[in-house]
Design a binder for this molecule. Structure first.
Ligand SMILES: [Cu+2]
Length: 507
């Protein structure tokens, strides 16, 4: 195919390194144009002239809160002051991580302005910080989205001004080298540039942002966990989280609504690596502004959010219960933390849904959000004061989320399908064997308390050593089992060893 005149012009311009000053002749453009052009007016249509009135100080909010609508009919000068804070915070129960934040939270403070506003941006880098930082706002028209003008050393402040020409929902992030590490440590957030007429009124607006995190330890491995650059480069996250913490939006922190309300969520994806398949289990998005753009799509089940992208989703609540926000790349939800809850209260509507609600089917250990016992055990272990009772309490929490789906909460199992752990003669015969069974799984014929089983238990080696130690200690000390105690070291040994041979079938 012969190159068109248009692409030739571009090629010549690019070669001359003077694209900006090189405008193709109109005739050249029409020569290649087969589809009718859509008149967008370009960014300039968002320029409503100079700011009017007194400057306004933007009200910034921490996630999951969203600032109120601007309710303005004219462009203003809006002053945004955002401070970068490096701080240690929990990333999961009993696990801490040194986050780098915009405003002290992950994601960073939510910024809300109106199209046409002139934004005077102040970026402060706390004197307690160790690193230089800057900010690239995707809603800025200009090189680097502000990054070049905002490089700020610890203890310093920088300032730049931009006109918010395009309406939409935009990600902002740090762009200081190594960029991936700054983003991976939590340096991202959202800025909403409202359309001139504003958004429709809804009952709730929430701010949720996904991010992937890379720690040297495994998922939920206790203690302080450093950033793992190698895992980050290989795109093998340890955590995939909503709002920067495993369980940030579950239990008492769950998002809330009532039945018969409209909920709008501003959902971003900071990455640094993954794309999100954002889904709310049990709901359908009535409206989605994909990629934060202007024209909505309707009746969507799952929407893609690119790394460095955002969506606005909206839905109406009809039926009470727990709605689970997930990345539908589902291992991320159940094994890396990408799970949040919207709790909807109100009267049942049996004409829409029969009403049998089984939270645990989807929530796992988040159905019972009190994992405090797990943290207490981790702290006691770190302090060298871990008691058997600490382990039993922590183990009970973990058993509920991991084992009870098959062996049942009371350890009785299900006749002919899942063997009992209660008063199990197999456990009594060898109290350490359950450790190996949990880590390596079990299949083939076994006899427990006189009944035959010939099934498969999948290995659960995603559990940490201390989680397995606590679960098995709980099992040993429950339901008339023989008692005893399993240590983290016992588990480490069993993990390194070969799987226990399947017990010979006794007849
Ligand atoms: Cu940074």
């Amino acid at each position: 195919m012969k190159p068109s005149r248009f692409s030739l012009v571009i090629a010549i311009c690019a070669a001359a390194l003077s694209l900006a000053s090189c405008t193709p002749h109109p005739a050249a453009t029409t020569a290649t144009s087969t589809t009718p052009s859509i008149e967008t007016g370009g960014s300039a249509k968002g320029d409503f002239g100079p700011p009017q009135g007194e400057p306004i100080h933007a009200l910034l909010t921490s996630p999951p809160n969203v600032p109120p609508p601007t309710h303005r009919n004219h462009p203003a000068k809006v002053i945004v002051e955002l401070e970068v804070i490096e701080k240690e915070m929990p990333i999961s129960e009993g696990v801490t991580y040194t986050f780098w934040t915009f405003g002290g939270t992950v994601p960073g403070s939510f910024i809300r302005v109106r199209q046409g506003d002139t934004v005077e941006f102040h970026l402060k880098n706390s004197p307690n910080n160790k690193m230089p930082h800057n900010i690239d706002l995707h809603g800025v028209t200009g090189p680097g989205g502000g990054a070049a003008s905002s490089f700020t050393a610890p203890g310093h402040e920088s300032q730049f001004t931009f006109k918010a020409l395009n309406q939409g929902l935009y990600v902002y992030h740090c762009a200081t080298a190594p960029v991936g590490m700054h983003i991976g440590n939590g340096m991202y957030g959202l800025i909403l540039i409202e359309s001139p007429e504003g958004l429709s009124a809804v009952d709730h607006e929430y701010y949720v942002m996904q991010g992937d995190f890379y720690t040297t330890g495994k998922y939920r491995e206790k203690g302080h966990q450093p950033f793992d650059m190698e895992k980050a480069i290989d795109e093998r996250p340890t955590y995939v989280l909503f709002n920067g913490r495993d369980g940030a939006l579950t239990g008492d922190q769950a998002l809330t609504a009532k039945t018969n309300e409209t909920v709008r969520m501003f959902v971003g994806n900071g990455g640094p690596n993954l794309i999100s398949s954002f889904h709310v289990i049990g709901e359908i998005f009535d409206r989605v502004q994909q990629e934060g753009g202007t024209h909505p799509q309707e009746n969507v089940q799952t929407t893609l959010i690119p790394a460095g992208g955002a969506v606005t989703v909206q839905f109406h609540t009809e039926v009470p219960g727990s709605y689970v926000l997930v990345d539908h790349s589902i291992f991320r939800a159940f094994n890396k933390g990408a799970l949040a809850i919207l709790k909807v209260d109100g009267p049942e509507d049996k004409s829409i849904y029969s009403g049998k609600e089984i939270d645990s089917a989807y929530l796992g250990d988040r159905a019972e959000p009190n994992l405090a016992a797990v943290t207490a055990a981790a702290n006691a272990h770190a302090a060298g004061t871990l008691t058997k009772e600490d382990q039993i309490k922590a183990g009970q929490q973990l058993f509920t989320g991991t084992c009870s789906v098959c062996h049942q909460t009371n350890g009785q199992g299900l006749s002919g399908v899942f063997p009992p752990l209660a008063k199990s003669d197999l456990i009594a015969a060898d109290p350490k064997r359950p450790v190996s069974i949990v880590l390596h799984g079990l299949s083939g014929k076994i006899k427990v308390n006189g009944a035959d089983y010939d099934s498969v238990m999948p290995p659960m080696n995603q559990l940490n050593d201390d989680e397995v130690a606590n679960i098995v200690t709980y099992v040993l000390n429950s339901w008339d089992n023989p008692g005893g105690r399993i240590s983290k070291e016992d588990v480490a040994k069993a993990r390194a060893a070969k799987p226990a041979a399947t017990a010979p079938a006794e007849h």
